[in-house]
Design a protein around this ligand. Sequence first.
Ligand SMILES: Cc1ncc(COP(=O)(O)O)c(C=O)c1O
Length: 280
Amino acid sequence: MADPLLFVDGDFHDPRRPLISALDHGMTVGDGVFETCELLDGRTFALTRHIRRLERSAAGLGLDLPDEGRVRDAVAAVENRWGPGGGLGRLRITWTAGYGPLGSDRSGGEGTLIVAAGPARAPAPVRVVVVPWVRNERSAIAGLKTTSYAENVVALARATERGGGEAILANTRGELCEGTGTNVFVEADGVIATPPLSSGCLAGVTRALVLEWAADAGIAVREQTMPLAAIHETPHAALTSSTRGMTPIIGVDDRVLKPGPQTLRMAEEFDRRSRDEIDP
Ligand SMILES: Cc1ncc(COP(=O)(O)O)c(C=O)c1O
């Protein structure tokens, strides 16, 4: 597989070569924020929503984001290099605190902006594994998309070890929360439900679009606090994310699930609307 495109400081670089300081605070303590977006025919899907969330994540960490124009220019440079024939891709925008001290305090220096793009796999129905660790809905970084993602790495590795493609986490109250890089939905009796943001889950761009577009299409989707047990008991479930769209869950641990009829309708509606509108 070809190396990802890498754009830093106004230029493309070899992604295998060292480029930023080894003491960048994003590197030493995970002091940074990021977005993963889908590249459709060389264009970034829902870029404005992703930039707004990047701003919210940066504000939550107390980081100043660069000018929006600089972020958009960097994204455009990568989109142009990727090209309309580049196939399905994922584009990642990362902003870190930049060069910093060895500890958790900040130097207040210039941040680092990185935009990268690589190929994405077409989404496929997935089996999930419920892991024993929890999201802390009262954490200082709850709901922020920070580069401190090691908890997700560990949880996803556990799921992979057990033959799954995603891990599902509860929060500290024992409520269903989200996956490592996905929001979770359950379907029963014709209604699709997803945990509210107060569960500590990320405000997924795909999740928000599903809630909005479901209302337009007359599909019953709502936010609802649920116990973790809901994922073990539901007849149908699905994941959403920028790289998966809305994807049925076909197994929870050892239990087999069938895609739900409303989930399939909503997944189709999501694909149709996202083909029609690149920046909804
Ligand atoms: C923890 C977490 N939850 C949910 C999501 C899904 O969000 P989105 O639909 O914006 O990709 C992500 C995606 O990156 C994530 O990292």
